[in-house]
Design a protein around this ligand. Structure first.
Ligand code: NAP
Length: 337
């Protein structure tokens, strides 16, 4: 069976992509920055997929070292890795450099290795940041001249760099643009922005719900869509929006969780003026501000038609994510006693 190079295999989405590839019989070479994470990543993936075909190579998005070797014999590449934090860094290049330089580096190495197709994980944040509320389709691009925060800027510039680098070459490029991703993490550790946000909600660390609405998607759907995007005949050269057509309020997520018995989930909405004030001191709140009070809807028909998306009900995603995290919290609390 074909071999796939997967970047970001240690992460929330990358682990699910690895599991889906392995379940479908592919061999997976996962790139890791440090061997330290290899065992925990293998254990996490092996919970849900046969892990015999999984191997690891060391490679960092910020260095040329290891990429040419890693690509040897790979028919496909899934480039999932990118720094994902809503908190604003001191220097935006902390996020932009690995995203943009890393994407160029991975694509160049894949082209040299004569890879058939590369699937890039972009984001709806590469499409709607700096824009007004409205309905956006696969031709939408965020406005990098607006104040959109380092993460949205990194994703927009990285995706633009991907299309530019791949242009004219033999290797096909397909891009998946997920909205906010929910669903259980496979990870042994609880890092990653998505998992952190859900942990804050159910543990009472988030005192109020921000006025944010987003297109959302289940993490297992994101993985299946990546694999389909890798092989579907008509997917080459296209962007696929992996997000609900209508935006869902964070207050709705909170309400589903409260009904499921997570009593610490807040019910009060954070006044926008308070968030603006908090943003002066808190980098994470500052990172959310460009999206507060806005709602983007999506033209996601191609994801259904070409990638045959069968969305997991999002209420299931919210509940299963919370259950996976609260299981982890219980284990950690027991270990600390
Ligand atoms: P995550 O759990 O934080 O995973 C990020 C991955 O990128 C990790 O494997 C991390 O490796 C790797 N990485 C970061 N910097 C790197 C570097 N310099 N060199 C090599 N690897 C590096 O985040 P995620 O939620 O799975 O996100 C994965 C992708 O999906 C990202 O491209 C993100 O922009 C995109 N996305 C996520 C969401 C969401 O809601 N989660 C929505 C839309 C798009 P380490 O383990 O070594 O840190």
């Amino acid at each position: 069976m074909d071999r796939v190079l997967l970047t970001g295999v240690t992460g929330y989405i990358g682990q699910h992509c690895a599991a889906e590839l392995l379940r479908q019989g592919y061999d997976v070479v996962g790139t890791i920055r440090s061997r330290v994470k290899a065992d925990a990543t293998r254990i996490a993936i092996a919970k849900v997929a046969p892990a015999d075909g999984l191997s690891f190579v060391e490679a960092d998005l910020l260095s040329d070292k290891g990429w040419a070797e890693a690509m040897k014999g790979c028919a496909y590449v899934m480039h999932v890795a990118s720094p994902f934090m809503l908190a604003e860094p001191k220097d935006e290049n902390e996020m932009i450099a690995p995203a943009v330089e890393g994407t160029k580096r991975v694509i160049a190495a894949a082209q040299l290795a004569r890879v058939k197709r590369l699937v890039l994980t972009s984001s709806t944040f590469a499409m709607i940041a700096g824009k007004d509320s409205g309905r956006y389709g696969p031709d939408a691009w965020s406005d990098t001249d607006a104040s959109i925060g380092a993460y949205a800027k990194s994703k927009t510039l990285a995706e633009r760099a991907a299309w530019a680098t791949a242009k004219g070459g033999d290797m096909e490029l397909t891009v998946v643009n997920p909205g906010a991703v929910f669903g259980p993490s496979l990870g042994a550790t609880m890092d990653g922005q998505s998992v952190e946000m859900m942990t804050a909600m159910i543990s009472g660390k988030m005192p109020m719900i921000p006025d944010m609405s987003m297109g959302m998607v289940d993490v297992r759907d994101v993985a299946r869509l990546h694999v389909k995007a890798m092989t579907a005949d008509c997917a080459a050269g296209k962007r696929f929006i992996a997000a609900s057509a209508e935006p869902i309020e964070m207050a709705t997520v909170a309400s589903v969780l409260r009904k499921a018995g997570y009593t610490k989930v807040p019910s009060r909405r954070a006044p926008t003026v308070l968030l603006k004030l908090m943003g002066l001191f808190d980098g994470e709140v500052r990172g959310m501000l460009p999206f507060i009070g806005k709602a983007a809807a999506y033209e996601n028909e191609a994801t259904f038609d070409v990638l045959e998306w069968q969305p997991t009900p999002l209420e299931t995603s919210f509940r299963e994510m919370a259950a996976a995290i609260s299981g982890e919290i219980k284990v950690i609390n027991q270990q600390c006693r």
